[in-house]
Every structure is written in C-alpha cells, then in structure tokens.
Design a protein around this ligand. Structure first.
Ligand code: HEC
Length: 102
C-alpha cells in the first residue's frame, strides 16, 4: 500500500517535470517577450518565424536587442526561449507564428 502510493507520487512528479521542460520555452516566450511584443504592448509583434535559426542564435548573444532584458529574463529562461525560437524559426521544420495569441 505504502509502496504503491510512493510510485504514484513519483509518476506524478515526473509528468509535471516533463510538462515543464517541454512547454517551458513557449510559455516563457509568451510570458516574457509578449508583454512588450503584442498588439497591446509597446513593441511591434514578433514571431519565431520572423528569423532563421542562425539569426536567432546570434541575436541575443550579440546584444542586438534594443532593450536590455537581463534584468527581466534570466539566462536559464533565455536558453529555453531561444530553443523555442529556433525550433520554430523560418528555416525550421515547423516555422510558426501560431504560439502568438491573437
Ligand atoms: C521591455 C519590453 C520588451 C521585452 C520584454 C522584449 N522586447 Fe523585443 N523589443 C522591444 C523594443 C522596444 C524593440 C524595438 C522597437 C520595436 O521593434 O517595436 C524590440 C525589438 C525586438 C526585435 C527587433 C524587431 C525587428 O523587426 O527587427 C526582436 C526580434 C525582438 N525585440 C525580440 C524579442 C524577444 C524574442 C523577446 C523575449 C526574449 C523580447 N523581444 C522581449 C521591447 C521588448
């Protein structure tokens, strides 16, 4: 009885963890980037398919973004966001603007 309860807890923890890891980048993109880059925000709307994967890769590393985001987005969060941008870049298998809310 006790053992199976532990197993259920463990399984649940793994599902939650997997969810976070997989959805992380897209969620962070919506939460952190769209605050400014949306129709109601101050900056023009953007989408992962705006640029190719290699352009995204260099964009933040070379500090091309006009606003310093380091105080708002941690390095770990930025890695996840960058992965989402590249996964859905113009030259990716799934170029998309679909994760942008209307
Ligand atoms: C604090 C507000 C803010 C946040 C948060 C923000 N941006 Fe920006 N971004 C701007 C502003 C302001 C500009 C320049 C004006 C414009 O493009 O409308 C800009 C410009 C850009 C451009 C250039 C647009 C172009 O057409 O060349 C890209 C690409 C971009 N941001 C991507 C991102 C991504 C990706 C994120 C999330 C990691 C992000 N931004 C988060 C404010 C923000």
């Amino acid at each position: 009885m006790k053992r199976s309860f532990k197993r259920i807890l463990l399984a649940l923890a793994m599902v939650l963890w997997a969810n976070q890891v997989m959805a992380g980048g897209a969620d962070l993109f919506l939460e952190k980037c769209m605050g400014c880059h949306s129709r109601k925000g101050k900056a023009a709307p953007i989408s992962p398919a705006d640029k190719s994967s290699s352009v995204w890769e260099k964009y933040f590393k070379r500090h091309r973004h006009p606003v310093d985001l380091s105080g708002m987005i941690s390095e770990d969060e930025m890695k996840l966001i960058l992965q989402t941008l590249k996964d859905h870049a113009a030259d990716s298998d799934q170029p998309t603007a679909a994760i942008i809310p209307k």
